[in-house]
Design a protein around this ligand. Structure first.
Ligand SMILES: Cc1cc2nc3c(=O)[nH]c(=O)nc-3n(C[C@H](O)[C@H](O)[C@H](O)COP(=O)(O)OP(=O)(O)OC[C@H]3O[C@@H](n4cnc5c(N)ncnc54)[C@H](O)[C@@H]3O)c2cc1C
Length: 432
C-alpha cells in the first residue's frame, strides 16, 4: 500500500494572524511520527514557537493505517546492537542514535505521555487499547500540551536557506511566506520532501519500495491461499547476492507474504528492483528437517503406513493438509495411491519440493503489511547525534526521508521516534 499523498490543491486551516509575520523558532515540515516527535520534544525542552506544517487535511495518517489499524509502535528489543540488525539500510550508522534513544526510551516516553504499550509474544508492541487511534490521540495531546501549533493543508514547495541563518518557506496553502530559525524536514517517503532536501544541496539514494509480498508463478500454491506456515526457509539468489530468511510465510492467491517474505523483500529490495522483480526463489518447507530428515520420514511412512493413502496419512504435522495435497499434485501423484505404491521417482521429486521448491518470481505484490521506501537522503550528510544536516546549518532531518528503513515489527516507527527525539533535543539545545 502506498502512502496517502498530499492533495494537489489545498488551503491552510486557521492559524493565529501573528504566526505568519513573526519568525517561528522551529518549523517542522511533515505531520507524521518523526515530525510530531521532533516538535513535541523541542517544545518540551523549551522551544517557544513551534509550528508543524502538514500537506494533507489530517496529520499522522500513516499512524492511523499502520499495523492493520493497531499501530505496531515499537519492538521489545533492549539491546541497540541487536536492534540495528533489523534495518536493511542504516544498520551500522544507527548504533549511535539507538545508544541514546531506543525502544525502551520510546516505551517510557509513551508511558510518560499516558499511553501504555504492550508486547506480544513475538516482541511487537502495540498500544494497550489495540487501536492506532490511541497513539494519534497521545501524540496530539502531547503536542497541544507542549504548545505546538499544527497547520494542515499546508504543502511546502520551496525552502530558501538565508545566508545569515534561518529559512523562508513557500507553498500551497501558505498565504504568506513563513520564516523559521530552525527547520525540520520530516516528509516521509513523499517525493516533494525529497525535492526540498535536494534543493537544499542533499544527495539522494534513489528510492525503491521495501516490504512487499512476492508474486510467484505457482498455480498449485494458489489453491492454498490463506494458509500460514512457520519455519519456512526462503533462499533467493540474485547474481552474486544471496538473501536468506527463515520464519512464518503466508500463502496468498498471488504468491507469498507474511513476516519472512516481507523481511526477505526488505533485505533484497534494491537487488530485486534492479532485476525488475524477477528471479528464482527456493522454498524449504521442511521446518528444519532438511533433506535427510525428509527422506527418512517418507521412508518411515512407506513402511509404517503402507496400506493408507498418501492423502490420509500426512507425514509432516506442521504442514496443513491442503498444502500437503498441493505438493502431491505438483509432482503428479494421485493422493488416493497407497504409501506402499509410492514410486521411487515420485518420492525423490517430493523430497525436492519439500526441501527446495523452486518458484519463479513474477513481480511485487500490491499489498505490503508495511510499506516503506528504501533510499532517501544519504546518512553521511547528517550528523546522527543531532540529526542536523552537514550541508545546511539549522536544518534537521528524520524519519523515512532518510536512507533508513527497517523490517516489520515496529522498527520503522522506532527510527522515527529516535530521529525525531534527537532532533528536537538538539534544536532546543541550540536555541538556548
Ligand atoms: C500500510 C502501512 C502500515 C504500516 N505499519 C507500520 C507499523 O505498524 N509499524 C511501523 O513501525 N511502521 C509501519 N509502517 C511504516 C511507517 O508508517 C513509516 O515508516 C512512518 O510513517 C514514517 O514516518 P515519517 O514521519 O518519516 O513519514 P510519514 O508518516 O509519511 O509522514 C510524513 C508527512 O509529511 C507530509 N508531507 C510530505 N511532504 C510534505 C510537504 N512538502 N509539505 C507538508 N507536508 C508534507 C505527508 O503528508 C505526511 O503526513 C507502515 C506503513 C504503511 C504504509
Amino acid at each position: 500500500m502506498t502512502a496517502p499523498n498530499p492533495p494537489e490543491s489545498a488551503s491552510a486551516t486557521t492559524v493565529s494572524p501573528s504566526a505568519s509575520n513573526r519568525p517561528h523558532d522551529l518549523i517542522v515540515i511533515g505531520g507524521g511520527p518523526a515530525g510530531y516527535m521532533a516538535a513535541i520534544t523541542a517544545a518540551e525542552f523549551g522551544v517557544q514557537r513551534v509550528l508543524v506544517l502538514e500537506g494533507t487535511p489530517e496529520a499522522l495518517q500513516k499512524v492511523r493505517i499502520s499495523g492493520g489499524g493497531r499501530c505496531n509502535v515499537t519492538h521489545a528489543c533492549w539491546d541497540p546492537g541487536e536492534l540495528v540488525t533489523h534495518y536493511p539500510r542504516g544498520s551500522r550508522p544507527l548504533r549511535g542514535p539507538f545508544s541514546r534513544f531506543a525502544c525502551g526510551d520510546a516505551i517510557s516516553w509513551f508511558d510518560d505521555h499516558g499511553l501504555t504499550l504492550v508486547a506480544e509474544a513475538d516482541g511487537r508492541m502495540f498500544p494497550e487499547q489495540n487501536r492506532s487511534e490511541a497513539v494519534i490521540q497521545c501524540l496530539q495531546r502531547a503536542a497541544v500540551a507542549a504548545g505546538v501549533e499544527l497547520r494542515t493543508r499546508a504543502m511546502v514547495q520551496e525552502v530558501v536557506a538565508e545566508p545569515a541563518g534561518g529559512f523562508v518557506l513557500n507553498g500551497r496553502g501558505l498565504t504568506a511566506p513563513l520564516r523559521a530559525q530552525k527547520l525540520m524536514l520530516a516528509t516521509g517517503g513523499h517525493p516533494s520532501g525529497r525535492r526540498l532536501a535536494q534543493s537544499l544541496g542533499h544527495n539522494l539514494v534513489p528510492p525503491v519500495p521495501s516490504l512487499f509480498s512476492l508474486s510467484l508463478q505457482a498455480p498449485a500454491l494458489a489453491a492454498c491461499s490463506g494458509i500460514a506456515v512457520d519455519e519456512v526457509g526462503l533462499d533467493l539468489k540474485l547474481g552474486d547476492q544471496r538473501f536468506r530468511q527463515l520464519g512464518r510465510v503466508l500463502i496468498t492467491h498471488r504468491g507469498l507474504s507474511g513476516p519472512a517474505t516481507l523481511r526477505l523483500s526488505a533485505f533484497a529490495a534494491r537487488a530485486l528492483h534492479q532485476r525488475h522483480y524477477t528471479g528464482e526463489l527456493k522454498v524449504d518447507w521442511s521446518a528444519g528437517l532438511g533433506r535427510s530428515g525428509v527422506e527418512a520420514r517418507l521412508q518411515d511412512f512407506r513402511r509404517q503406513q503402507a496400506r493408507r493413502t498418501l492423502a490420509a496419512a500426512k507425514p509432516f504435522e506442521h504442514l496443513p493438509r491442503r498444502l500437503w495435497q498441493a505438493f502431491l499434485k505438483e509432482v503428479d501423484l494421485n493422493a488416493e495411491r497407497r504409501w506402499a505404491d509410492l514410486p521411487l521417482k515420485a518420492e525423490r521429486q517430493l523430497v525436492e519440493v519439500l526441501v527446495g521448491q523452486r518458484l519463479l518470481i513474477q513481480g511485487r505484490g500490491p499489498f505490503g503489511e508495511e510499506f516503506v521506501t528504501a533510499g532517501g537522503v544519504e546518512l553521511g550528510e547528517i550528523n546522527l547525534a543531532t540529526m542536523e544536516s552537514r550541508r545546511v546549518s539549522g536544518l534537521h532531518l528524520a524519519g523515512e526521508l532518510l536512507d533508513v528503513d527497517g523490517v516489520t515489527g515496529g522498527f520503522n516507527f522506532q527510527a522515527c521516534w529516535t530521529g525525531g527525539w534527537l532532533a528536537g533535543q538538539a534544536i532546543a539545545a541550540a536555541l538556548q
